[in-house]
Design a protein around this ligand. Structure first.
Ligand code: ATP
Ligand code: MG
Length: 200
């Protein structure tokens, strides 16, 4: 994978599709995204207005805000290669009737309402700047390290990951547990270098 193109984006299942979020999350998984965090919330009017503030002068803005506050939404941080454009591609065109014609397999074609231009099932950030803003909007307390790339990623693996893994795998070879995966998971929990030692 080209690690220099790993991005994070904000996906949101809108109120009209919230009942179908398990199906949408399955698509997210099948598309290969990593879900970094998820949150189901009901937006207040002020929050919906802020989230879609770029559209404040558009005629559809008041009804869009009505709609976005009509029920809960599911916000997800997705990570993956070119995640921003990849997720927009999975969504399909903004207008559901157009999505049905031009991208019948897309999420909006399958889950959106072709009779209402606001009820298009899901949202996706449209740029790095909006992804950053929208992730902060839904997850203000989450500290996300910058995605490491190239030499930085190699350095991180060799300094922070490999030493612990080498110890774990050496121990695993000595112990030869019946279920090595469960054993390794337990060992990593007990020996997590970023946390105080855990009592067995
Ligand atoms: P989103 O930002 O939700 O991912 P988008 O980037 O494809 O959608 P935008 O132009 O940003 O499209 O519009 C934001 C949202 O406003 C749309 O997803 C849709 O719910 C609603 N919307 C857009 N155009 C109209 C319209 N003409 N009438 C009613 N609602 C609209
Ligand atoms: Mg948009």
């Amino acid at each position: 994978m080209a690690s220099d193109r790993i991005q994070r984006t904000l996906a949101m299942v809108k109120p009209d599709a919230i009942e179908r979020s398990p199906e949408i999350e399955k698509i997210i998984q099948e598309e290969g995204f990593t879900v970094v965090d998820r949150r189901r919330v009901r937006l207040t009017r002020a929050e919906a207005e802020e989230f879609y503030s770029e559209h404040r002068t558009k005629p559809f803005y008041p009804s869009l805000v009505d709609y976005m506050t009509s029920g809960e939404v599911l916000a997800l941080i997705l990570a993956g290669e070119d995640a921003i454009s990849h997720w927009r591609r999975v969504l399909g065109p903004t207008q559901v009737s157009r999505a049905r014609q031009e991208a019948p397999e897309s999420l909006r074609a399958r889950f959106g309402d072709p009779t209402n231009d606001s009820r298009n099932a899901a949202h996706g950030s449209d740029s790095q700047t909006s992804a950053h803003r929208e992730v902060k909007f839904f997850f203000p307390d989450l500290t996300l390290e910058p995605v490491l790339t190239g030499e930085g990623a190699k350095e991180y693996l060799s300094n922070a990951v490999s030493p612990t893994l080498v110890r774990a795998l050496t121990e695993l070879c000595k112990v030869r547990p019946e279920d090595p995966i469960v054993w390794l998971a337990d060992w990593l929990l007990v020996n997590n270098p970023n946390k105080p030692p855990v009592d067995k």
